[in-house]
Design a protein around this ligand. Structure first.
Ligand code: BG6
Length: 491
């Protein structure tokens, strides 16, 4: 049984409270936490938007949309009705200089409670919102601010946002969210590595051949094209989610499971990433863009058509080869790939171990026995799977078969796996930033990612096209095969 502890009474203010993220993730996650008794009866959720709604209008909107975003077995009409009474709405234009009287009045009823300002709005507004919160006297010692990614579009803009927000909130009050860190299987990676002794001696270049990190999506960019076209897969996925996964795989054991020990170790990995610049970028990265095709048997348009025929060099796919230049990992390639409109939805980390040094089995040559692989599947069907070679049963010679030793979360545990936002939102209220990105991490990630964007721009080449519903561009297959390796594309 999942045990939950009630968190302190709080006001959770969501800027962008009628937007996609709020309706799809934040409000449903808060509902689920409420359902499990984690929110005190006085806690409130205050949506801020330009929608011109009153509390009743917002409650109607949430009541209509919530069931679409909740697992059917968590939908409970009575709990929803109680949850709706927590909801408030304030209409604000965050760019206006008008005093925020209504909003300040609503918050003033209990100035000592924990206040969470969740900025689910355009990052260019982060600084302005914080400045106005301060000007209106709304930043209390118990306040925290949550910044949704992307934080900036390059190093300079990330620094600027960090400076502007940092002028109002202290670093301890700033929670830079990367929802991948809230995923159960991602947290499990730390447990797997540091609560077991088995893996540690093997977790290094002496035993590991290479690491693959894949986040493959079947969805296209859909109605987010306005944001996405100015971003692309490197900024949207690699600079944050994928580098965070890489950090958790590659980091040294932190001294303690606490906010700074863990984040210090992740930072060291980011700082150890070998810079990719100029020609290295061309050789070690592939960017692609989906064209028309079929996903799950349904015809879908290409990216350019979704942009109404406008040509764009925004990448919807990236594959790259990275290196962590330190004692543990020198010479071990980390292959990363992510893309939209691919043939399958799968996020996984594969740690592939080295081949056996010599085959003792008659008739079985060196290089034929498949090397061991540890596959950590983040989604769907969360699992940790160790592929070992065993003897296939039966007489008539010695045959071998690769067999998975499968720890499936669904089969092993009865509990529902909570959504990442459920965990992370409660961590914000508790004031625990361990699973959030510190300023130096975000900036180190940009420092590594930005030269890739620059080299692509300088190359004046277009992303490689790949058909929707395919594996991605052929060049991504070539990127890994040229090293004598293959992507793990097993279902
Ligand atoms: C978001 C990206 O951060 O993560 C999206 O902006 C992407 O483009 C999403 O689709 C993927 O998250 P998940 O949890 O569905 O893997």
């Amino acid at each position: 049984m999942l045990t939950t502890q009630q968190v302190a009474t709080c006001d959770i203010v969501v800027f962008g409270g009628t937007g996609d993220l709020a309706m799809r993730k934040l409000i449903p996650s808060l509902y689920l936490r409420d359902r499990d008794g984690q929110l005190s009866s006085e806690s409130r959720i205050i949506a801020v938007s330009r929608a011109g709604l009153d509390a009743a209008g917002y409650r109607d909107k949430v009541a209509a949309e919530l069931p679409h975003f909740l697992p059917a077995d968590t939908f409970d009409k009575q709990t929803i009705e109680e949850f709706l009474t927590r909801l408030h709405h304030v209409t604000l234009d965050v760019t206006s200089t008008e005093p925020w009287e209504e909003f300040a009045g609503l918050l003033s009823t209990d100035p000592d409670r924990v206040r969470v300002y969740y900025l689910a709005s355009a990052p260019k507004l982060f600084g302005a919102i914080c400045e106005r919160l301060q000007r209106n006297g709304l930043v209390t010692p118990q306040s925290r601010v949550v910044l949704e990614k992307p934080i900036g579009t390059d190093l300079a803009s990330a620094r600027q946002i960090n400076d502007e927000v940092g002028a109002v909130f202290s670093e301890e009050q700033i929670f830079r969210i990367d929802h991948y860190l809230g995923k159960e299987t991602v947290q499990n990676l730390l447990v797997l590595r540091f609560a077991n002794t088995l893996l540690e001696p093997l977790w290094r270049s002496a035993s590991v051949d290479h690491v693959q990190i894949t986040v493959s999506e079947t969805v296209g960019v859909g109605n987010r094209i306005g944001y996405y076209d100015g971003s692309g897969a490197l900024r949207d996925m690699v600079q944050n989610h994928m580098l965070q996964l890489l950090c958790l795989v590659a980091m040294e054991a932190p001294n303690h499971y606490d906010r700074d020990s863990v984040r210090d170790e992740k930072l060291k990995v980011l700082q150890a990433l070998k810079p990719l610049t100029g020609h290295d970028v061309i050789r070690n990265t592939v960017r692609g863009q989906y064209s028309a095709g079929a996903v799950d048997g349904k015809s879908v348009p290409g990216y350019a058509e979704e942009l109404d025929g406008d040509s764009s060099t925004t990448e919807t796919y990236v594959a790259l080869k990275a290196e962590v230049a330190n004692w543990r990992w020198a010479g071990v390639p980390f292959y990363l790939r992510t893309g939209k409109r691919l043939d399958r939805r799968a996020s996984e980390i594969v740690v592939q171990f080295k081949e056996i040094p010599h085959s003792i089995f008659p008739g079985i040559e060196d290089g034929v026995i498949p090397p061991n692989r540890l596959v950590i599947r983040l989604q769907p069907d969360e699992a940790v799977c160790l592929h070992l070679v065993t003897k296939a049963p039966g007489p008539g010679g010695l045959r071998m078969r690769e067999v998975p030793l499968n720890l499936s979360f669904a089969e092993t545990f009865d509990e529902r796996l909570p959504d990442a936002y459920e965990r992370l939102l409660m961590d914000v209220v508790r004031g625990n930033p361990l699973l959030f990105m510190r300023r130096d991490e975000v900036e180190a990630a940009w420092e590594w990612a930005e030269p890739i964007l620059t080299a692509w721009e300088d190359s004046q080449t277009a992303p490689k096209r790949y058909a929707s519903g395919s594996h991605g561009p052929a060049a991504a297959t070539a990127l890994i095969e040229r090293d004598g390796r293959t992507w793990n594309d097993e279902e």
